[in-house]
Design a protein around this ligand. Structure first.
Ligand SMILES: Cc1ncc(COP(=O)(O)O)c(C=O)c1O
Length: 359
């Protein structure tokens, strides 16, 4: 065999691999997966039936234009179909946004720590990441992010609420920030956890997009809607951004099953809201419980909570694992724990209490 191998792009060197949340262990006591911000509930009523009907014809390619889903979304959000683009999860759409805007020599700004796909997809595009540290309160530092804009900035991610800290940016500060960002720079409001927000001061990105051609909103069916395994997300953006997203899409990337499940989920909104409400209730219980034990927990508007454990991160994650819940450690920084089933949250609270006593 020849010693030479195909030349690969230099940008790929050193790209951190995306670390999925660990699955729940197959052995051991009960095991709950609280490591990927998934929805613990099974599909919404009507969704399995819709998917089963579609499954009978998966010898066919899906509808490439996602017509049914696009029409449903256009009506729901009051936007033209031409302002919508779907993709393989919202991370797929985020990657298309980078393909459309940034390459070598360009800069992409995001808060750090934030969603771990941002550095990966930025590096793949060849652009340079500009990471702006979170405030001591674990929130976006929007003033510092606006200060970081240069002639080379092409895209800025604002993750609202922020993964993994759960913190939000509110209307006044976000509008002030948007006023400072030049119109040629695309601001992506990543609202993967939008449905879990209860703070009325947090703006709906779709309202901000209406007045601002350089704002794109990312949403997903993976979290509140419980379709993480089907990979479907979407963006709402003005032309020409939405058109660029359609150009960069992988042809037939969103399966027919995913499209039909998304439509059925949108139509099961009452059930969805009930489930989201229960998870929000559990979130309050978990945050209050942890605080009562003496933990500092940033207020979360998402379906997870953040514990900044520093060097004790690994030990805490292991203690959780032994007790039957799998959490998401970020080595040396902290642990993100998804709000799950009541029993799973009980186990977390118990482990946290024991851990606290040992400190
Ligand atoms: C902030 C944020 N954006 C986007 C995503 C991507 O989700 P999906 O690709 O499943 O839509 C995630 C998933 O964890 C996330 O946390």
């Amino acid at each position: 065999m020849s010693e030479t191998s195909p030349k690969l792009r230099a940008e790929l060197e050193g790209i951190p691999t995306y670390k999925p949340g660990r699955p729940a262990a197959a052995d051991g006591p009960v095991a709950y997966k609280l490591s990927s911000n998934e929805n613990p509930y099974p599909p919404l009523p009507g969704v399995l039936e819709a998917v089963a009907a579609t499954a009978a014809s998966f010898n066919r390619y899906p509808d490439m234009a996602c017509t049914g889903l696009m029409n449903e979304l256009a009506e729901r959000f009051g936007v033209p179909v031409s302002h919508l683009a779907t993709g393989t999860g919202s991370v797929g759409v985020a990657q298309q946004l980078l393909q459309a805007t940034a390459g070598p020599g360009d800069e992409v700004i995001y808060a750090w720590r934030s969603f771990e796909a941002y550095p990966i997809i930025t590096q793949i595009s060849g652009a340079t990441s500009v990471r702006v540290p979170l405030t001591p309160g674990e929130a976006h530092d929007l003033d510092a992010m606006a200060d970081a804009v240069t002639d080379r900035t092409r895209l800025i991610f604002v993750c609202n609420p922020n993964n993994p800290t759960g913190t939000v940016v509110r209307r006044a500060e976000l509008e002030r920030f948007l006023d400072r960002v030049p119109g040629e720079v695309l601001v992506v409001l990543d609202e993967a956890y939008r449905e879990f927000i209860r703070d009325p001061r947090v703006p709906d990105g779709v309202e901000l997009y209406r007045e601002r051609p350089n704002v794109a909103v990312l949403r997903t069916f993976s979290k509140a809607y419980g379709l993480a395994g089907l990979r479907v997300g979407f963006a709402i953006a003005h032309e020409p951004v939405a058109a660029a997203l359609r150009k960069t899409a992988v042809p037939f990337g969103v399966s027919q099953i995913a499209q039909d499940a998304a439509v059925a989920s949108l139509r099961a909104e009452d059930a969805l809201l009930g489930r989201v409400g229960s998870l929000v209730g559990e979130r309050t219980r978990v945050v209050d419980g942890l605080r009562a034990q003496g933990w500092t927990v940033p207020e979360s508007q998402a379906n997870f909570v953040w514990l900044r454990l520093g060097e004790r991160t690994g030990a805490f994650a292991e203690a959780c694992q032994r007790a039957g819940v799998v959490v998401r450690p970020f080595a040396g920084e902290g642990v993100r724990v998804t709000v799950g089933e009541g029993e799973a949250n009980d186990i977390l609270l118990k482990v946290a209490e024991g851990f606290r006593k040992e400190l």
